[in-house]
Design a protein around this ligand. Structure first.
Ligand SMILES: [Zn+2]
Length: 439
């Protein structure tokens, strides 16, 4: 009797507590549902940042570690201070703006992107993720809202040169990577020193599983899916894996005038068939996989000589490593048939895989979808065909990515453009998502 009474009391108290959490939990988010980012401020700051490394074509050349990059970083630090963030430059040169939470022992929620660009790039790639992240903190600050979790706005070092800062954060920036010469002409090692990092202590940057509550990045789509479908927000399901091969086709060089058509071993003819086969395989199954032959060299390369040797590239991308493998097997099968038909030899050599597929966190994607819906925005799930710092952080923390439309699908170009309202939509979705994760 007594035991069941205790049990009943425990159940009753537990139920009360559950109702309290549900009621006040939803209550505290509903208090925030009127919050909105300042669209004009985002646009203005994007333009101000674009002054650093501005090109005549209307884009930016702000490659990592360049003078323009350093000036841009200083500008971003000034905005972070204005938003009340405490600044720290970590050993990899990542800029981290910290904001205390009500419960300092909780792991921080991270969000941000990068401000380095490709040579002659655009104003929005990376920049939106950083300016949008600072905007979210500033709105919280202006409304006197303190989250439970600490918040950290991150500006990753040298994203365009190989995700340098985020690789350091997951403990995978190798000593060799530090010796690579970056677009700026400086070695990565020297660049990191130039922006206030310490390349000899890179391992201190590393964070472990459980140390980050979540990471979220807003980014321009860099493709035309959202614009074509007239959708406001892309919820990234994952960042695709990329596999590369060198394809060697060996035939036999001979006189193009005296060798009859049926006695040839034409390597370039085999390559032509194989390029078409890659396209057929990549489009032959449902899904959003892509396959590309982007480089081809033919020897000896004379109009009157039958090509004897071709080296070409093969690239496959998909969210699933298994799918990439299946496509590759199909291409190999086609290659075997082509080699027989053209009397050539075709072989594939894998090149050090550039990236493994990085799925995002389904719970965070759900929060992003809810946030979009509450803001009256349309959204779809989609893969990211381009690489991002998020793909690294996804390996140590629950990660989400928010895409906004790129006009004309153009990116890595001075013509890159994203409308101010779309930038604000993305930042509002980020703000709501952070608050949802915080509960
Ligand atoms: Zn980017």
């Amino acid at each position: 009797m007594r035991r069941s009474a205790v049990l009943r009391r425990v159940i009753f108290t537990g139920t009360l507590f559950f109702c309290w959490v549900v009621f006040f939990g939803s209550q505290s988010f509903s208090q925030h549902e009127k919050l909105r980012v300042n669209a004009n401020r985002i646009k203005q700051r994007i333009m101000e940042l674009a002054e650093f490394g501005k090109t005549q074509q209307g884009g930016v050349s702000r490659v990592a570690f360049s003078e323009a990059n350093i000036q841009g970083r200083n500008y971003i630090v000034s905005l972070m201070k204005e938003a009340g963030l405490k600044i720290q430059i970590d050993e990899a040169g990542n800029i981290i703006g910290q904001r205390k939470g009500k419960e300092p022992k909780l792991p921080p929620i991270l969000f941000g992107s990068h401000i380095d660009s490709v040579p002659n790039g655009g104003k929005y790639d990376g920049a939106l993720g950083v300016i949008g992240a600072i905007e979210c903190v500033q709105v919280l600050d202006e409304n006197g809202i303190v989250t439970r979790h600490p918040l950290e706005v991150v500006v990753f070092t040298d994203e365009e040169g190989g995700l340098v800062g985020s690789r350091a954060m997951i403990g995978e920036l190798t000593p060799e990577a530090l010796e690579v010469v970056s677009h700026s002409g400086k070695k990565v090692r020297d660049g990191i020193s130039a922006v206030g990092g310490n390349p000899d202590e890179i391992s201190l940057v590393m964070r472990h599983k459980g140390e980050i509550k979540a990471f979220i990045e807003i980014h321009i789509e860099q493709g035309s899916v959202l614009e074509t479908k007239n959708i406001d927000i892309g919820i990234v399901e994952g960042i695709v894996g990329i596999n590369w091969w060198d394809v060697l086709i060996e035939g036999f060089s001979n006189h193009a005038g005296t060798t009859p058509m049926d006695m040839r071993h034409d390597a370039l003819l085999a390559a032509a068939h194989l390029i078409i086969a890659v396209n057929r395989v990549a489009t032959g199954v449902p899904g959003r996989q892509v396959g590309t032959v982007g480089r081809i060299q033919c020897e000896p390369g004379a109009p009157n000589v039958i090509p004897g040797r071709v080296v070409m590239s093969l690239e496959l991308r998909d969210l699933s490593a298994k799918k990439i493998n299946t496509l590759y097997e199909k291409i190999q099968k086609e290659a075997k048939a082509i080699a027989e038909k053209t009397k050539t030899k075709i072989s594939f050599t894998p090149i050090d895989a550039t990236a493994v597929p990085a799925p995002t966190d389904p719970q965070i994607s759900k929060f992003i979808a809810e946030a979009a819906q509450e803001l009256g925005l349309t959204s779809i799930l989609m893969p990211s065909g381009a690489g991002h710092d998020a793909q690294n952080i996804a390996r140590i923390a629950p990660t989400g990515m928010i895409f906004v439309p790129s006009v004309g699908g153009i990116s890595h170009s001075p013509k890159e453009y994203t409308r101010p309202e779309d930038m604000a939509n993305g930042a509002n979705v980020l703000l709501f998502t952070i608050l949802k994760i915080d509960q």
